[in-house]
Design a protein around this ligand. Structure first.
Ligand SMILES: *Cc1c(COP(=O)(O)O)cnc(C)c1O
Length: 361
């Protein structure tokens, strides 16, 4: 069977080359007579896999020895808790820019554990249809937390934000991690659930500046303590070993393709097909986001009625395009166009949109 055009928001499409390599390795990894899934995480062969994945994250984002990379579990959602737990202490205030469902959850976790929270900016006034262009920090900020791509609302930061000197910037990059070049040095911490852009579910990649890590609260429960994970090379307990191996393959695929410049150029070209179809439709398809903040990863749009949207989604499925239903919190349609999605998929979607409009417009 042919593979479908997979517009799922996460877990999401993976590169065909990566799937084939994993398939070949699955039965017998490099002549060892077992798969990575069956290997001890303490073996020297597995150590080489995690070390290489760690090194690839740093190479791709141009990071030096002043940064560490952790591979943790509990998803990005666990980071919503760990970030304020580790860093909003000594009376410091957790600052957030609120841009949708995920930042709302991050803020809620900080409050649940009794941390002082300040909303530095919010786009809730206009249904999260834009990225705030300014923010106001609290006194004594522990950090400023942003969500660089809003998977559900379809907005994206297209530049690294300017933050007052000395204020640690923390980003949830789950849905646009490794999708374009960034100035990674600007961030004290970046985290991303793997299942959107760099692998299967089961692992969250945490990039953290060592001097920031050194300021974390000590004496926390072990599994919630970044320093314990860092001291143990992400092997305080059994890491998500197979997912880390898969991330390694995806990062190798990115580097072989020519790195983030190339990835970004592909992502721009892919998204353009769909946004052009929206913009040329005279309102038949309505984008939900102000044009300058449109996401290159999650393209959200509405149609005149929910019935028409349901028909669009079911007809698209018959044409081999899946995953186009909007998130259950917002409805509508959403095409997720992560790194691994081929250009042919968004081209096919744009053509399908035009045909659908001819029939129903
Ligand atoms: C998917 C997503 C999350 C949640 O990730 P989990 O790994 O399911 O916890 C958090 N933030 C963003 C921006 C996301 O896209």
């Amino acid at each position: 069977m042919e593979r479908v055009h997979n517009f799922n928001a996460g877990p999401a499409v993976l590169p065909e080359e990566v799937l084939r390599e994993a398939q070949a390795d699955l039965f017998n990894y490099k002549g060892m007579g077992l798969s990575v899934m069956e290997m001890s995480h303490r073996s020297k062969e597995y150590q080489a896999i995690i070390d290489e994945t760690h090194a690839a994250v740093k190479r791709i984002y141009n990071l030096g020895d002043d940064y560490d990379v952790l591979f943790l579990q509990g998803g990005a959602s666990m980071q919503f808790l760990m970030v304020p737990m580790n860093f909003a202490h000594n009376g410091k205030v957790a600052n957030y820019i609120h841009t949708g469902v995920w930042s709302k959850k991050a803020i809620a976790e900080a409050k649940k554990i009794g941390k002082q929270v300040h909303l530095a900016a919010s786009s809730e006034d206009k249904s999260f249809s834009y990225i705030p262009k300014t923010h106001q920090l609290s006194e004594n900020p522990a950090f400023l937390h942003i969500t660089t791509n809003n998977t559900i609302y379809g907005t994206e930061w297209h530049h690294d934000p300017e933050v007052a000197p000395g204020v640690p910037l923390i980003a949830d990059m789950s849905s646009n991690f490794m999708s374009k070049p960034i100035d990674a040095q600007k961030y004290s911490m970046i985290y991303a659930g793997a299942q959107k852009n760099v692998g299967p579910a089961g692992c969250v990649v945490v990039i953290i500046k060592k001097d920031f890590l050194a300021t974390a609260q000590s004496g926390l429960p072990s599994m919630l303590d970044y320093n314990i994970h860092a001291k143990n090379g992400s092997m305080y307990n059994t890491p998500p070993s197979f997912t880390i191996y898969m991330i390694g393959l995806v990062l190798k695929w990115i580097e072989e393709m020519g790195g983030l410049e190339k990835v970004a150029a592909n992502n721009v070209a892919k998204a353009k097909y769909v946004y052009d179809a929206i913009d040329a439709s005279n309102g038949f398809f309505r984008g939900t986001v102000v044009p300058e903040d449109r996401s290159l990863m999650n393209i959200t749009f509405r149609m005149a009625t929910e019935e028409l949207e349901a028909l669009f989604i079911s007809e698209a499925k018959k044409a081999g395009m899946i995953g186009l239903k909007g998130h259950r919190d917002v409805g509508g349609c959403r095409a997720s166009t992560y790194n691994s999605l081929p250009l042919t998929a968004t081209h096919a979607l744009a053509e399908f949109m035009k045909d659908f409009m001819k029939k129903h417009g």
